[in-house]
Design a protein. Structure first.
Length: 160
């Protein structure tokens, strides 16, 4: 069994004139990341590894959530492949993970999160909100074998 928690970064700020990769979280994004991290901590996942996009807003979300979940910093890695908006690079990244990792968490971007939630998780509906987590479970032993699985979406608004 492989478990993948795919998180979309928190709400970003458009106040600064910076590149897309350098855009920070806004106050709501920071607060939502703390709330989602605390919520995920109650689920008692045994996270083998955490991976984040290189974008500032995704990395900041990852730092907050992993701290709330008490995931040691050494388990967090950065990947340019997660700075993807289609979902193709994200899925390729996950399919190439070491098979001894059974439960992972990634931090990335939309449209990739929504596309993957719909295509491999069969979640219907609108796009995945900021700071939301999609919990995928795949009945396989190899990451390279993931195709479709079960999926649940948890959003900050669900926690209020």
């Amino acid at each position: 069994m492989k478990t993948w928690i795919m998180m979309r970064h928190g709400k970003s700020s458009w106040e600064l004139q910076v590149s897309d990769a350098d855009r920070p979280l806004n106050e709501r994004g920071i607060n939502d990341a703390h709330r989602m991290g605390a919520f995920l901590a109650t689920k008692d996942f045994k996270i083998d590894a955490a991976y984040t996009s290189i974008a500032n807003r995704a990395a900041h979300t990852a730092l907050i959530v992993t701290r709330e979940m008490e995931i040691p910093f050494y388990k967090l890695s950065f990947s340019k492949m997660l700075y993807d908006f289609s979902g193709e690079d994200v899925l390729e990244f996950v399919r190439c993970l070491p098979d001894e990792e059974n439960t992972i968490i990634t931090f990335g971007h939309n449209h990739a999160c929504t596309a993957l939630a719909h295509s491999i998780g069969s979640l219907d509906g609108t796009n995945i909100p900021t700071a939301s987590a999609v919990l995928f479970r795949f009945d396989v032993s190899l990451w390279s074998s993931i195709k479709t699985g079960t999926a649940e979406c948890f959003s900050p608004k669900m926690l209020t």
